[in-house]
Design a protein around this ligand. Structure first.
Ligand code: CMP
Length: 238
């Protein structure tokens, strides 16, 4: 950016020298002298102590003012973008650490964890927060990183803890949510949006198999899942 700034400044000042040196030899008698006008104009400071006299010199001044605004806008954009990039990187590292902790993802390897970490968004819920309501449309599923949630079915209540997941049924079947899920204590979850859910399951059949098996068990009212580690670890030999 500084180099770009210097090139535009030097070019404009050189042109101003060529256009103005006869009409205004005091201020534009040399390129270094014209640089003062160039920098005052380009930064849109506009002291007004040096003003171009010729029509071409004024046109050049106008172009340089607008160029100066564009250069600073670009500069602000680059800084803001770099800041946002750094924030995204930190967020990714945090998500990566969280994903790596989930037993569900233990055996899938670092490359897949990195892929999954880009798709999952950490969400914190305070105790008592309603995470999803029965009858609502399914838009995402959650993996539990920390804390416990209560799944309030029509007939019973099930508590799910660290490493387990919920909200997958509506995504798999397209039906409305079959339970209301409430945070028992403050909890940290990783959310997977429906589009990413289908993409991920399409790319990784072993993940799809585990989630489908668990979903079928839940739909059939089979034994409630225990805390996830043994139940959800991926069997690579399968
Ligand atoms: P979904 O229907 O999308 O939203 C409510 C969620 O509660 C559901 O997906 C399951 O993830 C979860 N759920 C439903 N039934 C059970 C169950 N029997 N045991 C554990 N979780 C369940």
């Amino acid at each position: 950016m500084l180099l770009g700034f210097a090139i535009v400044l030097l070019t404009a000042s050189s042109l101003a020298y060529l256009l103005e040196r006869n009409a205004n030899p005091d201020a534009f008698g040399s390129i270094p002298a014209a640089l003062w006008w160039g920098i005052v104009t380009m930064t849109t400071t506009g002291y007004g102590d040096v003003v171009p006299q010729t029509a071409a010199g004024r046109v050049l001044g106008g172009v340089l003012m607008i160029g100066g605004i564009l250069v600073f806008a670009l500069w602000a954009g680059i800084i803001a973008n770099g800041y946002a990039h750094e924030l995204r990187r930190r967020e990714f590292l945090r998500t990566w650490e969280l994903v790596a902790k989930v037993p569900f993802f233990h055996n899938i390897g670092a490359a897949l964890i990195a892929e999954v970490a880009q798709l999952l968004r950490p969400r914190d819920f305070p105790a008592g927060a309603v995470i999803m309501r029965r009858g609502a449309a399914g838009d995402r599923m959650y993996f539990i990183i920390d804390g416990e949630v209560e799944v309030q079915l029509a007939s019973q209540t099930v508590v799910l803890g660290i490493g387990q997941f919920f909200g997958e049924l509506a995504l798999l079947t397209g039906a409305p949510r079959n339970a209301t899920v409430v945070a028992v204590e403050s909890c940290t979850l990783l959310a997977l949006d429906i589009v990413d859910f289908h993409g991920l399951l399409g790319r990784h059949p072993e993940l799809a198999r585990i989630i489908r098996e668990e979903a079928e068990q839940r739909l059939s009212g089979g034994p409630e899942p225990q805390l996830a580690e043994p139940a959800l670890a991926i069997d690579e030999s399968a």
